[in-house]
Design a protein around this ligand. Structure first.
Ligand code: SF4
Length: 455
């Protein structure tokens, strides 16, 4: 049994706070190239056995939250979603020849944007598009990111009738001044109302997202947000650090009109959140995820069966991740492929009968080894280099000499320890797991300034 109890060592968290990837893939999307041949990227899709994990990107939002770095389309025109559903339907049909024989869905995730931008009939139509092409695997996990500001009971009922049992809500912060500063007014009463709807409709699992490091936040305001979050009683809580990357998300320039919390204050907020959430019975899963001790994610973390993919931590692994919609990223055994990020480019491709692949990456055998190693570390906080090297036919001493060198300061600081060729992440190292993983990343150094900071 692996202990999932982290130890928050403020000075060490501060010392290692530097830009780093979130490792929802390895190599990260920064390595994707538009020179990759789509045929090459699709080559192993059919051969990667089912069932499938499907992701559908629904990019529309009624207004832009100024902290947002997602790929969105801001509109009040509901008709745009009708046209988009037409494109999705075509894209799924274009993908059909590349899908494995087993078309059952073990996982389906609707992300965005705001999937709840769609009207109830549009959600029903999406259900028909998917249901007509894919069967459900036994006990599937269907989840949707929902925005309380655009959700209503009718939409909840339609989602439930399609088979959705998991809902994820962006809460971010309940303080009205913080909400004004990020252009996202979402009163506490609204949160409570939508939670009531999904619970009465029979949703089994609720996640809420919180963000620390937003403008106007301070320990006093954030303490109230944490109180509310615990009182909402979700099964999972994602606690994200606000990533200020205005060169990627220009709307974040507006956020700069308000004063952002200083680095020390941000650490205060994180430290308080860790204490409050673990004190309320949530288990630290890894990176920025917490779950109730009996939640499948916490159980998987405890018994060493956790996985990681583009949606973050997951209980299901080894699945062919097939993503649809603009900007979405798919993963087969040896390749990643990403669709066009621009709605016009995406629509034009499918209208012309082409899969809308804009760029991607074909993994080398060395990438596959490093991916296995990094995912092992991110999910289990432990790494057996002999085992990993044997599976990939390399000499671990030679292959990982660079990683050992990069980890030396962390070993001195007591964040990790070596037992022969096995690396164990100590409780204090769990909060900087991505910095530890970076030691095994062949691409980390040249890319690191293009990532957000880890804290
Ligand atoms: S945070 Fe969510 S709701 Fe707000 S703009 Fe971004 S995707 Fe849309």
């Amino acid at each position: 049994m692996i202990s999932t109890t982290p130890r928050f060592d403020r000075s060490l968290v501060k010392k290692y706070d530097r830009p780093g990837p979130r490792y929802t893939s390895y190599p990260t999307a920064l390595q994707f190239t538009d020179e990759a041949d789509p045929a090459d990227l699709l080559a192993d899709c059919r051969g990667t056995p089912g069932p499938l994990s499907a992701y559908v990107h629904l990019p529309f939002c009624e207004s832009l939250c100024w902290f947002c770095a997602c790929t969105t389309v801001i509109t009040l025109d509901q008709g745009k979603a009708d046209a988009y559903l037409d494109c999705l339907e075509r894209e799924i049909d274009l993908m059909d020849p590349y899908l494995p024989a087993d078309r059952s869905l073990a996982q389906l995730h609707l992300g965005g944007g705001s999937p709840s931008f769609l009207s109830a009939p549009q959600i029903a139509r999406l259900g028909q598009i998917l249901g007509g092409r894919f069967a459900s695997a036994p006990d599937p996990e269907f989840s949707a990111e929902l925005d309380p500001r655009t959700l209503n009971e009718e939409k909840v009922d339609v989602l439930r009738s399609i088979g959705f049992t998991r809902a994820s809500f962006g809460v971010q912060d309940v303080n009205p001044e913080v909400q004004l500063a990020i252009h996202r007014v979402q009163p506490d009463a609204m949160n409570r109302k939508v939670l009531g709807w999904v619970r009465s409709a029979g949703f089994e699992s609720i996640n809420i997202d919180l963000v620390y490091g937003l403008p106007k936040q301070n320990p006093e305001t954030f303490s109230k947000t944490l109180d509310a979050a615990v009182d909402y009683d979700p099964d999972r809580i994602a606690l994200f650090s606000y990533a200020h990357v205005p060169w990627v998300a220009p709307a974040q320039k507006i956020v700069e009109r308000s004063v952002l919390p200083a680095a020390e204050t941000k650490l205060d907020l994180l430290e308080m959140a860790v204490e409050r959430l673990t004190g309320a019975g949530y288990v630290f899963i890894g990176m920025d995820h917490f779950a109730k001790a009996d939640d499948p994610l916490a159980v998987a973390a405890a018994n060493g069966t956790l996985h990681r993919n583009f949606q973050g931590y997951s209980t299901l692994g080894g699945l062919n991740l097939t993503a649809f919609g603009m900007s979405s990223i798919s993963q087969s055994a040896r390749a990643y492929r990403q669709n066009h990020k621009d709605l016009r480019d995406y629509s034009a491709a499918v209208d012309n009968g082409r899969l809308p692949i804009a760029r991607g990456y074909r993994l080398s055998p060395r990438d596959e080894l490093r991916r296995a190693v990094i995912m092992e570390l991110m999910c289990r906080f432990r790494l057996d280099l002999d085992k990993a090297a044997a599976e990939h036919g390399v000499d671990p001493r030679e292959e990982f000499a660079d990683a050992r060198e990069r980890l030396a300061p962390m070993e001195e600081d007591g964040l990790v320890e070596w037992h022969g060729n096995t690396l164990a992440v100590n409780p204090a190292g769990r909060f900087i797991i991505r910095n530890i993983a970076m030691a095994f990343d062949s691409y980390a150094r040249p890319a690191e300034n293009r990532h957000a900071r880890t804290i």
